[in-house]
Structure formats: structure tokens, C-alpha cells
Design a protein around this ligand. Structure first.
Ligand SMILES: Nc1nc2c(ncn2[C@@H]2O[C@H](COP(=O)(O)OP(=O)(O)OP(=O)(O)O)[C@@H](O)[C@H]2O)c(=O)[nH]1
Ligand SMILES: [Mg+2]
Length: 365
């Protein structure tokens, strides 16, 4: 099952504009508030410069990037939790995602009035958070009721769960996101089944105008100030420029355009990589004359599990993995040289695959 990252935010902040720059499917953008009536789902390539470095040591027919799924969710507004607009349905779409990209409007544009009358990304952020918190509080309270009944019959497990859930209740009721409540790992099991919206890892994106892309602006400053103790990542992107870059087919045109805009790479490339990290994903490679390819695994996966990402037969018939570390391969240049240097490893089924591992799976079915 592909991992999904959802793009959320107020209406008309540039979510679909950003989605269209990176996704293989295109959604409709326009200046009317709440015009979008359904979520757009697309597949996004995860740009990894290491693929091109590998190609310098291995002649190959093609390079294949790894991908994640991105969902562009129509804008929320005050009252979405009560089904205001088409809000309720979209909260369901958010529930299905594994991580969130929260886009905020940090650009001025008189032709495009803000739904709440002024540009204020911190207010917007709080509006969205509140909608999600209200929904989460509902889920927590429902479970509290259930556990209270079970606890009355003397169920010890239920009593313990109840204690944990009450802490979540108080935390969320105090306008906090579930993800910021410190709990022990073994206590998380009491809320895992609720798929709380404010538990999902989040990346904040400030959508700015062209001239603020390198220095930021007063709106970005406000967002940074507001989030400064929250241990979160904030990216600054100029959606309108990104859209223009994405239109350019010719690579030299792109490079020239990026340079003009004061960028070293498209901001959305950074965004995709940050989302990848947020989803707790990492990459291993297969390297050969037919293709050099990046594959996605979750952190902590074993060699057979990683083999299964390539094909289920490779997991079923797994014998061993031959492993080279990316950096070793880059310094020694060939498999043969890695072997001579003692940098070619034979690993069994308990091996935890590392980011950048170059794998060759031996299998038999
Ligand atoms: N000036 C400026 N305009 C932008 C930028 N990003 C988006 N817009 C404009 O803002 C309008 C809304 O953009 P969308 O990408 O459709 O916004 P959205 O967040 O998907 O909106 P909903 O789907 O309705 O929630 C469009 O007219 C875009 O051209 C930007 O970075 N700068
Ligand atoms: Mg949209």
C-alpha cells in the first residue's frame, strides 16, 4: 500500500497550485473560494541526486525514481467539523493520510481576497488546527465512553486506557494537537486505533510571493515565531514561480529560470524530500545495466521485507542480500573494488536495511 501525504489548509492558499507542480495528475486551480469539491490524488517522484551519481559508475539504460502518493484536499474553513461547506467529507480524506503538508498563505494579492478578510497565516493555522482538534475530541470522547463502560465491569486494561485517553481529552480541549502530548510508547496503543487527525506528522509550508522566496517576509516571520518551540519543519515556497518552473520542459530553461529566481533547485523538490522524511521513509537502490532504481521502504524494515517491495517472490524465496553502502560504492567505484576492500557484505534475513544501501537479493522460489 502506497504511503499518502495530504496537502491541507484554508481555501485559496495555493494547495492545488503546489500539487500540480509535483504530481502526475492535475487538479483545477482557481480564484473562487471553496470551488474544489473533491480531493486530487497523484503520484509524485521523489527526486534523489544519488541516482545520477550512481550512473557515473554504472552504465545503464534507465533511471527510475521512487514515488509517494500525494492528496490535494480542498480547503477547510471554520465549521468544517460540523459539515460546513463540504468539510466533513474532507476530514475523512485527511484521516486516510499518513502525514500532512499544511500550506499557509503568506503572499498578498488584491485580486485574490482572503476568505477571512486579511492575510494572517497564524490565524489560518489556528483555524485549521481547531477544526481538526474538534474532530479528534469527538473520537477521544467516544472511546472514553466505551472504556468507561468496560472499566465499570472491573476491566483493568480499560481503566488504564481510560486514564491515558483522559489525558488526551484535556490536552486537546486546551487547544493542543494530539501529537504534542508526551506519552510513553506503550500508552500510544490506546489511541492508535482512532487515527487522530492532529496526531499525524506535519510539515508547514509558507506560500510566498516571488520576491520573498529567499529572505521570507513578515508573514513567514510570524509563522516561525508562533512555531518556534514546536519542533517542526517549516518550508518557504513561492507557489506561483514553482508553477512556472514546472511548465518549462527544457532543462537549460529551467536552470536559467531557477538562477533568476535565486533558487538552486525547485522548492517543490525540497518539499517532496521533506515529506518523504516526514513519512519516515528511506530509500535503497538496485544498480545494474538495465536500470538504476530507487525503492521506498519504511525505516527499520528487514532485508526480506525490502526484497518484498521489489516483488513478493523475492521475499518468499529470500536467501540472502548482498549489500554495498552507497558511499563505499561511490569511493571504490565498482563491485569488484568494494569486495577487495572488504566493503561487500552478505546479510541474512534479520538485516535491517539502511538508507542508501545498494542491494542484490538472492532468492529461490
Ligand atoms: N500571487 C500568488 N497567487 C497564487 C499563489 N499560489 C496560488 N495562487 C493563486 O491563488 C488562487 C488559488 O490557488 P489554488 O492553488 O487553487 O488554491 P487552493 O488552496 O487549492 O484552494 P481550494 O482548493 O479552494 O482550497 C489561484 O488563482 C492561484 O493562481 C502564489 O504563490 N502567489
Ligand atoms: Mg485546491
Amino acid at each position: 500500500m502506497a504511503l499518502q501525504c495530504g496537502i491541507i489548509g484554508i481555501t485559496n492558499v495555493g494547495k492545488t497550485t503546489i500539487f500540480n507542480c509535483i504530481s502526475n495528475t492535475k487538479g483545477e486551480t482557481n480564484a473562487f473560494a471553496f470551488s474544489a469539491t473533491k480531493s486530487n490524488i497523484g503520484v509524485v517522484q521523489v527526486p534523489d541526486p544519488r541516482l545520477y551519481e550512481l550512473e557515473k559508475h554504472q552504465v545503464t539504460e534507465k533511471i527510475i525514481h521512487t514515488t509517494v502518493e500525494l492528496v490535494d484536499i480542498p480547503g477547510l474553513a471554520k465549521g468544517s467539523n460540523k459539515g460546513e461547506g463540504v468539510g466533513n467529507k474532507f476530514l475523512g480524506d485527511i484521516r486516510n493520510t499518513d502525514a500532512l503538508i499544511h500550506v499557509m498563505r503568506c503572499f498578498e494579492n488584491e485580486a485574490l481576497p482572503h476568505i477571512d478578510g486579511s492575510i494572517d497565516p497564524v490565524r489560518d493555522l489556528e483555524t485549521i488546527d481547531l477544526e481538526l482538534q474538534v474532530k479528534d475530541l469527538e473520537s477521544v470522547d467516544k472511546k472514553i465512553e466505551r472504556l468507561q463502560r468496560a472499566a465499570k465491569t472491573g476491566d483493568k486494561e480499560a481503566s488504564h486506557g481510560l486514564e491515558v485517553l483522559k489525558r488526551y481529552h484535556d490536552h486537546i480541549e486546551g487547544f493542543n494537537n494530539a501529537r504534542t502530548l508526551p506519552v510513553k510508547d506503550e500508552e500510544k496503543k490506546y489511541i492508535d486505533d482512532l487515527f487522530l487527525l492532529t496526531m499525524k506528522p506535519v510539515l508547514y509550508v509558507c506560500n510566498v510571493d516571488e520576491k520573498s522566496v529567499s529572505e521570507g517576509n513578515k508573514y513567514v516571520q510570524k509563522v516561525k515565531e508562533f512555531l518556534k518551540d514546536k519542533d517542526t519543519e517549516i518550508l518557504v515556497i513561492a507557489g506561483a514561480i514553482e508553477a512556472e518552473i514546472a511548465e518549462l520542459e527544457n532543462i537549460d530553461d529551467r536552470i536559467a529560470f531557477l538562477k533568476d529566481a535565486g533558487l538552486d533547485e525547485p522548492g517543490v523538490d525540497k518539499l517532496v524530500r521533506a515529506a518523504y522524511k516526514l513519512l519516515n521513509l528511506q530509500t535503497f537502490f538496485t544498480v545494474g545495466p538495465k536500470e538504476i532504481r530507487a525503492w521506498t521502504i519504511k525505516r527499520g524494515m528487514t532485508a526480506p521485507q525490502a526484497a518484498g517491495v521489489i516483488h513478493s517472490d523475492l521475499e518468499r524465496g529470500f536467501i540472502r542480500a548482498e549489500v554495498m553502502k552507497y558511499h563505499d560504492f561511490m569511493s571504490f567505484g565498482t563491485e569488484h573494488a568494494c569486495k577487495e576492500a572488504g566493503k561487500f557484505y552478505i546479510e541474512g534475513k534479520n538485516y535491517i536495511v539502511g538508507d542508501g544501501d545498494i542491494l542484490h537479493i538472492r532468492f529461490n522460489v
